[in-house]
Ligand binder design. Structure first.
Ligand SMILES: [Mg+2]
Length: 334
């Protein structure tokens, strides 16, 4: 005998019995144990296949096949997409065609597929990138361009060039900068030149004063020039007497070579400014572009001596005139 109210459907399964016991049917949202198979299938089946497997799609296909059999419609030529479908696999895409299209097989591991996809992305990026022409620069030209990045320098004698010549100066209070020297150095530095002092101080070697006295004089000089915006990169002092062995006493080019190594200078585009012949010789021995004689200090006497070597030097009135000539002849290439 059938139990329950009339018209109520008899529950067969235990699940249905539970639903019936509560007097209502449970949906998949209310009971997570009930799987919504339709939604699950929609997620798993591709869209194209879903259309064919759908209820309306099946009905439309069967109607179309019936019309074809009746001869009312002509069979359409197979499209390229249909070529990839295996007619015996009920709409499923044949595995070889899918492999050929995607470029990978199911037998590959995940790592292999990731590598393959990465290569595909790289190929796509390369195809999208506009063609770039490689710039070929000859090696000599490249070396010249690189050398242009190295700084140039001005090597300056101290006594008679930067400050008034006073025999064996060793008192800071006696330092007197020549007119226009500070402004000239500032212009040279602003143009990109490195500034160095190269000075012989034989009074130390003769025992008349000490290196500490020389340092105090140099500090006073640097402080006075700093007020004009001038600054030196390094000061080289040769304290030996003329009869003593010396590494850097002018006309030795050693200090200039040391500066080239330390600061990466271009000596062939650098200059030396001094008031004695040994200053000029120092620049020539180092291979600077030009040794410049100023008429301050002992310069005028040297000019009057008529030494034939002066033909290779540039003779100007003072340091500002030397700076003006350098800036006029070296305006480019810094
Ligand atoms: Mg001098």
């Amino acid at each position: 005998m059938q139990s329950g109210r009339p018209g109520q459907k008899q529950a067969d399964s235990p699940l249905d019995k539970t639903s019936a016991a509560h007097g209502k049917s449970l949906s998949s949202q209310e009971n997570p144990r009930i799987r919504d198979t339709a939604a699950h299938q929609r997620r798993r089946i591709p869209k194209a296949r879903r259309r064919k497997k759908g209820k309306k799609g099946e009905q439309a296909v069967s109607n179309f096949q019936q019309l074809k059999l009746d001869g009312q419609v002509e069979a359409k030529p197979k499209s390229k997409r249909d070529d990839n479908l295996d007619e015996h696999s009920d709409g499923k895409r044949s595995q070889p065609a899918a492999e050929q299209r995607s470029g990978w097989t199911k037998s590959r591991t995940k790592e292999e597929r990731d590598v393959h996809k990465g290569r595909q992305r790289a190929r796509r990026r390369k195809a999208e990138r506009p063609e770039q022409k490689q710039l070929c620069i000859p090696r000599p030209v490249l070396l010249y361009i690189v050398s242009l990045s190295r700084p140039r320098a001005i090597f300056l004698d101290r006594d008679g060039t930067l400050i008034q010549e006073k025999e064996y100066l060793h008192r800071p209070e006696e330092v007197a900068i020549l007119p226009g020297a500070g402004a000239a150095l500032r212009r040279l530095r602003k143009a990109g030149f490195r500034l160095f002092i190269v000075s012989n101080q034989s009074g130390v070697g003769r025992g008349w004063f000490t290196l500490d006295d020389v340092a105090k004089v140099n500090a006073r000089l640097a402080a006075d020039l700093a007020r004009d915006g001038a600054r030196f990169d390094k000061i080289y002092i040769a304290p030996e007497a003329p009869d003593q062995p010396s590494r850097g006493r002018k006309p030795s080019p050693q200090f200039l070579l040391d500066a080239r190594e330390e600061f990466g200078l271009r000596l062939e585009e650098s200059f030396l400014v001094g008031d004695k012949m040994m200053d000029l010789e120092c620049g020539w021995n180092a291979g600077v572009r030009k040794s410049i004689l100023v008429r301050t200090g002992y310069g005028r006497e040297v000019e009057k001596s008529g030494d034939p070597r002066l033909a290779a030097a540039l003779i100007v009135d003072d340091l500002p005139a030397a700076a003006a000539w350098i800036l006029l002849n070296c305006s480019g290439g810094l």
